[in-house]
Design a protein around this ligand. Structure first.
Ligand code: UT7
Length: 347
């Protein structure tokens, strides 16, 4: 058994290192969004839409668009450096990289591997998680379990999307909703204690896949001149069909997390839901009888950045001073797959 040495104001103490299950603590967060802003007025020039419709139906005012020549790994790199700085770590301290994305640099290698190289990290494990807008939640929960088992100490978890590259700019039903961005968190192994991820919940319904998908570019419909001509390399969404599922599934995630962590719903200090539509967020709060003032919303600035929304929001909330030691913070999300889930963290 190894010995842990801790220094504090009363001197140095030594104690046997616990064998787990370990706590998975968020030691740092960061985010990065492209500089280019696309407003609702800009979209009015592309498709038959209006600022009024987009604002009323979605709550969105602006979104960010990645510059030519930049890929998901470039945004992820900036977010990762900010999270590492926040945690006081360097890439050399990392043991695992997990990236939640559906718009990685390419089909393979994984964006996590590209990011590992760009960070100059050691030859540590690196993998992507494909869970649509729930990507960050799936990745964070995976990190938690590797840490609880004692396998890794410091895990970099990223949610990143460059949705603008798979957006059909002629489809007003989807193009007004999407944006680009990245967020990152450092999840650190800590001795069992009150802080850290208290509960996670993941679910999926594969029968509903065609409600939100990109048909071509994989082995089912490889890229051909015809697939491009038929616009099959763009995101397709049955928005009406998934609106209700989004509300129901995020509310389910909330209730399951509260139950499994044995906390009271009213003790949650901050709820960070996936930012897909302001009306979905408001409906989740209404369904749960949860006060809207404790729900973090930044959809007006970035629109739907899929797997990046919850971690961008968590980082913004922290930097605004909205998250305090001891707070209960919950992330819930819903997305392609269909997938949904959530994570409850004691700060
Ligand atoms: O990230 C997770 C996945 N995404 C989601 O969870 C999104 C879930 N769905 C939604 O957020 C909403 O269903 C949308 C925002 C996609 C659509 O809002 P809606 O209130 O459900 O509108 P709708 O699809 O019922 O369309 C209402 C009307 C239609 O016109 P008619 O048939 O009533 O004449 C649409 O053609 O609004 C029209 N419309 C638009 N008008 C102006 C649809 N898109 C637009 C637009 N601008 N961009």
């Amino acid at each position: 058994m190894s010995i842990v040495r801790e220094t504090n104001e009363t001197g140095v103490t030594e104690r046997p290192e616990p064998t787990g299950p370990w706590s998975a603590v968020i030691a740092g967060t960061g985010h990065a969004v492209p500089d280019k802003v696309m407003t609702n007025a800009d979209l009015e020039k592309l498709v038959d839409t209006s600022d009024e419709w987009i604002t009323e139906r979605t709550g969105m005012k602006e979104r960010r668009i990645t510059a030519d020549g930049e890929a998901a790994s470039d945004l992820a790199l900036r977010a990762a450096h900010r999270a590492l700085d926040d945690a006081g770590l360097t890439p050399a301290d990392l043991d695992l990289i997990i990236v939640g994305t559906v718009t990685g640099d390419m089909l393979f290698p994984s964006t996590a591997c590209v990011l590992q190289a760009k960070l100059g990290a050691r030859n540590i494990a690196a993998m992507d998680v494909s869970a649509g807008c729930s990507g960050f939640i799936y990745a964070l929960s995976t990190a938690r379990h590797f840490i609880a088992a004692g396998t890794y100490r410091n895990v970099l978890v990223v949610g990143v999307e460059v949705l603008s590259r798979i957006t059909d700019w002629t489809d007003r039903g989807t193009c007004v909703l999407l944006g680009d961005g990245a967020g990152a968190a450092i999840v650190r192994r800590a001795p069992p204690g009150p802080q850290g991820i208290l509960a996670d919940f993941l679910a999926a319904d594969g029968t509903r896949g065609p409600d939100l998908y990109m048909p071509a570019g994989g082995s089912a419909i490889p890229a051909t001149a015809q697939s491009v001509q038929q616009r099959l390399h763009y995101l397709k969404m049955n928005g009406n069909a998934i609106f209700k599922v989004a509300v129901r599934s995020m509310a389910e995630a909330f209730n399951r997390l509260v139950r499994s962590a044995r906390v009271k719903a009213e003790d949650i200090n901050l709820l960070i839901p996936h930012q897909a539509n302001l009306r979905i967020i408001q409906a989740v709060a209404r369904t749960l009888h949860f006060p809207e003032k404790k729900v973090f919303i930044n959809i007006e600035k970035y629109a739907n950045t899929s797997s990046a929304t919850t971690i961008i929001a968590l980082d913004e909330a922290r930097r605004k001073g909205l998250v305090h030691v001891g707070d209960l913070v919950m992330l819930v999300a819903f997305g392609a797959g269909l997938t949904w889930g959530g994570v409850l963290i004691r700060w």
